[in-house]
Every structure is written in C-alpha cells, then in structure tokens.
Design a protein around this ligand. Structure first.
Ligand SMILES: [Ca+2]
Length: 118
C-alpha cells in the first residue's frame, strides 16, 4: 500500500485522505501521527516544488505547516506529503505501509486505517 493506493481506497469508500489545510484538521491528523508516520493529502508536481491538497490549496505556506527535522529532502521521487509527529516530510510514492486517516464524504466520520508491514 502506497500513498496513491491509500487515496484510492478512501475514495472508493466515498471519502478522502485527511486534508490538513486547516488548523483543526491538522490537529486531528497530528494526534494520529504521534504514533508514527501518516499519509495525508498533499502532492507536488515536480521535485522540490510546492505541495497542494486535492482541492488545489497550497499546503506548505500555511501558518502551522512545518517540516520535520531533515525534511524536505527533495529527492526526485518524493512527490507525496507525509505527516510525522514533529512535522511534515516529502515522501516517495513507493514508500509504503503507513497508516492514514480517512474522512467520510461529509467529513464527519474519521476512520483511522492502520496497515501492517507484510
Ligand atoms: Ca523526504
């Protein structure tokens, strides 16, 4: 399971990966990220470029946005956003098996999907 597959799984169920473009949603996501890495909405189109959520809002300019130590590493394949307990990280598409938070289509129900390494 990678970032794209996690996103598709959420959408198949009529929801979305958690969107961290508001302080309130960021706080929810951070609660779960405190246990490790978390897939969140966020993709960049090119190496080292800005990150956007699914609605096209730029994420890395938000007042609460902070990179975790050593990030972004800006490798060519790190086009996806990940939230760790100490901040965001750019992440490879193929880096897999992180948990994610799925919000239903009305963004009222929050489901944490925890994946295990196989
Ligand atoms: Ca990185």
């Amino acid at each position: 399971m990678n970032h794209s597959t996690a996103k598709q799984l959420c959408e198949k169920d009529g929801g979305n990966l958690i969107d961290v473009s508001t302080q309130a949603r960021y706080d929810v996501a951070l609660k779960y990220a405190s246990h490790g890495h978390l897939f969140v909405q966020g993709k960049r189109l090119a190496q080292g470029g800005p990150y956007f959520n699914d609605a096209g809002k730029q994420l890395d300019v938000l007042p609460f946005f902070n990179w975790t130590s050593g990030e972004p590493s800006n490798r060519a394949d790190e086009l996806y956003l990940r939230l760790d307990k100490s901040g965001f990280a750019d992440n490879s598409h193929t880096y897999d098996s992180f948990p994610f938070v799925k919000l239903d289509s009305k963004e009222k129900t929050c489901t944490v999907v925890v994946l295990t390494f196989m």
